[in-house]
Design a protein around this ligand. Structure first.
Ligand code: ZN
Length: 322
């Protein structure tokens, strides 16, 4: 049986100041900080995971905030745009909120027959969209920071890759990762996994001769797709290797297991297992409240805590006397 992903597992971006990153994604967009850990490859840097109440696959956005990171630039070979799902009844709420929070955004536009899209940028130029669509979404998101439950962001809607050429990437998505080409409009090719619902969509935007993206603050580092089991993941690894991809060994990310490879257009892809999830080292009720380290870094906790920048809960999450 060939591999079929259920869709996007998470998107990981690069940021600079960790406090401002936390203030925007938890304080403005209202995600839950579900894990505060370090970059396993560079433990003096944080790794923040944002998501719904438990950090379910498909709701997760993560950042490496390097305080001195230089600004990147969106371009070819990158996930240029990350889109988040909201309900159609939430468009007005989000426009008001973005205005109040002084977020740079564009007036809603219609896309295809059924999507309304509010494009925005965070303070570092990270390109996001809030996408309102009528399809059912079982996800409930997280209500925090003054975002009521009915207006909460449900999770990731889609990612848009900017590519110089789309054919090989399209073949990888359909022949190997289990996506289907569901729409073609102008320079945009839409692929969907499984039912094609929110969280399963990958748009390829093909711009021949596009300037290459520059990795840095405000850009996406990689996108991860879901594998239901480790066995399925290892089977995919074998297949990718036989196709000539240079795939990393399976890496233990504590909250899931991952393999990484670069797709033909230059974007870093990860395939991550659904489990074990974020409750593996702290209770769901207190996710994200304390710094969690993998076992092999625990002996260095004192040193790591001394080197990490101080952060505090976003203003929106603090009480009036805090
Ligand atoms: Zn990742």
């Amino acid at each position: 049986m060939s591999f079929r992903t259920a869709g996007i597992h998470h998107v990981t971006g690069i940021a600079s100041d960790p406090q401002r990153n936390l203030d925007f994604y938890a304080g403005v967009l209202g995600f839950r900080l579900v894990k505060r850990t370090v970059n396993f490859d560079d433990p003096t840097t944080y790794h923040f995971y944002f998501g719904d109440d438990s950090g379910s696959p498909g709701t997760i956005l993560t950042f490496f905030p390097w305080p001195d990171a230089r600004r990147g630039r969106q371009g070819g070979g990158q996930v240029a745009v990350t889109s988040f799902a909201i309900l159609p009844s939430s468009v007005g709420f989000w426009i008001e909120r973005l205005i109040k929070k002084r977020v740079e955004f564009a007036q809603p536009t219609a896309r295809y027959e059924d999507e309304r899209v509010i494009a925005f940028k965070d303070h570092e130029g990270f390109m996001g969209e809030l996408v309102a669509y009528p399809a059912a979404d079982a996800r409930t998101g997280w209500s925090g920071a003054g975002v009521p439950a009915e207006h909460a962001i449900r999770g990731i809607y889609s990612v848009t890759l900017w590519l110089d050429a789309n054919e090989l990437t399209g073949q990888l998505l359909t022949n190997t990762l289990g996506f289907k080409l569901v729409r073609e409009q102008g320079s945009i090719f839409r692929y969907a996994a499984r039912d094609g619902g929110p969280g399963s969509i990958v748009d390829l935007r093909c711009v021949p001769g596009i300037w290459p993206g520059v990795i840095g603050a405000g850009t996406v580092h990689h996108v991860a797709f879901r594998a239901s089991t480790e066995a399925e993941q290892m089977q995919l690894r074998t297949e990718l290797t036989s196709l000539g991809y240079n795939v990393t060994p399976q890496l233990d990310r504590d909250y899931f297991k991952s393999i990484y490879f670069r797709e033909p257009g230059g974007v870093l892809f990860e395939v991550a297992t659904n489990g074990p999830g974020f409750a593996v080292d702290e209770p769901v009720d207190s996710l994200g409240q304390s710094l969690k380290l993998p076992d092999w870094l625990e002996p260095r906790r004192f040193e790591i805590e001394a080197l990490l920048p101080n952060i505090h809960a976003p203003l929106e999450l603090r009480g009036p006397n805090a």
